[in-house]
Write a protein that binds this ligand. Structure first.
Ligand code: PEP
Ligand code: MN
Length: 379
């Protein structure tokens, strides 16, 4: 990180603390630390004793870290130096007497963080460019069910203006007694639909051993919400050479989501598309709660493209159009929408699937909104 970026980052991160602090003014003390890659800063209270300071320094040493003290007239500040900051260190240190607050300056993820890579990452899928304010539309059924179903859907969404086709051949299902996908036969049907329509394909891979097989057919490998923290799978798709659509786990924090992206990038694959698909909350009226905060926040914290899945985010077909538009307005670089020619007969997620007609009616609204927001055209 450049000195300038770190300085900005310290200023941003500390602003709320300074507003709370009656003494304030210690930012000037911090700026010399901006010259170094200091991952955390501990601000001591003005009432802190030498023993308080020594206790913090001792705990840092126990973690294999070093503390460098900047003595000030009002208060002392410790710059924490070390390669790996334990995730719980901030909370731990804030419990120490004499500590006003501990501030994490660098994020626990590096490759996915915008602070180390300020410009937007653009993921290329054939001629499509996803990210940097794009508005890519991925549409298709939850599951590939038959040749007739996938071909009809692919042709309809292509006609309506979609850019990519989705469809699961390997389906993660809560119950083992429900339809779990056609497997490789489904992948072959997707390839057939691509040949017919020219739409690139995104499809889910569920296990590390299937990555090679799925990557032979898919243009983008989808990691489902339930697998967001399947770390071996993340590493395997990281080695696949294919772009990855990484869904947020239904109970995952934004930080955990970005750490999962880090796993993929760390294997040498920078082409990660983040996908917000709703989280579990106390609300049971909808299948999930579409977390649009996370869309805007992920765009701010990370340089990776972020798309939204209002189908799984709401679970109700009639909520898909409004939440699609809201997602684009919140800054999503695109959407992934479930579409089925006959939702009542769908083997999975029929209740949240748009008919081909409803999808065709939504498409011009997305385009008009994207244009009004000054979004880049995807092709
Ligand atoms: C899907 O895309 O059909 C799917 C199973 O999504 P998620 O992993 O978000 O539940
Ligand atoms: Mn689905």
């Amino acid at each position: 990180m450049t000195t300038l970026n770190l300085e900005r980052s310290i200023r941003l991160r500390l602003r709320p603390a300074m507003l709370r602090s009656s003494a304030g003014g210690y930012i000037e003390q911090l700026l010399p630390l901006a010259k170094e890659n200091i991952p955390m800063i501990v601000v001591m209270r003005s009432s802190a004793t030498e023993q308080d300071l020594a206790a913090v320094m001792a705990r840092l040493r126990e973690h294999g870290l070093t503390g460098r003290v900047t003595y000030g007239e009002e208060r002392n500040i410790i710059g924490v130096i070390g390669a790996t900051i334990p995730p719980t260190l901030r909370e731990e240190i804030e419990l120490f007497p004499g500590v006003q607050e501990a501030v994490r300056i660098t994020r626990p993820y590096k490759l996915a963080a915008r602070e180390f890579h300020p410009q937007d990452t653009i993921v290329h899928v054939g001629d499509l460019a996803i990210g940097g304010g794009s508005c890519v539309v991925i549409a298709g059924p939850c599951a590939v069910e038959s040749e007739a179903q996938i071909m009809a859907t692919a042709i309809a969404v292509r006609e309506a203006g979609a850019h990519m086709l989705r469809g699961g051949a390997f389906k993660p299902r809560s119950s083992p007694y429900t339809f779990r996908g056609l497997g490789e036969a489904g992948l072959r049907l997707l390839a057939q639909a691509r040949a017919e329509t020219g739409l690139p394909i995104v499809t889910e891979v569920m296990t590390p051993t299937d990555v090679e097989l799925v990557a032979r057919y898919a243009d983008v490998l989808q990691i489902g919400a339930r697998n967001m923290q399947n770390f071996q799978l993340l590493e395997e798709v990281g080695r696949s050479g294919k772009p990855v659509l990484l869904k947020r786990g239904m109970s995952a924090t934004v930080e955990e989501w970005l750490l999962s992206a880090e796993y993929v990038i760390a294997q040498g694959n920078p082409d990660v598309i983040l996908c917000e698909r709703g989280i579990r909350t106390f609300e049971t009226a909808t299948r999930n709660t579409m977390d649009l905060n996370a869309v805007a926040l992920a765009k701010r914290r990370s340089h990776l493209p972020v798309i939204a899945d209002p189908s799984h985010g709401t679970g109700k077909w009639y909520l898909v159009p409004p939440l699609t538009l809201a997602s684009i307005a919140a800054g999503a670089d695109g959407v992934i929408i479930e579409v089925h020619p006959d939702p009542d007969r769908a083997t999975s997620d029929g209740g949240q699937s748009l008919t081909c007609e409803n999808f065709a009616a939504l498409m011009p609204q997305m385009t008009a909104l994207a244009r009004a927001l000054g979004r880049r055209s995807v092709q």
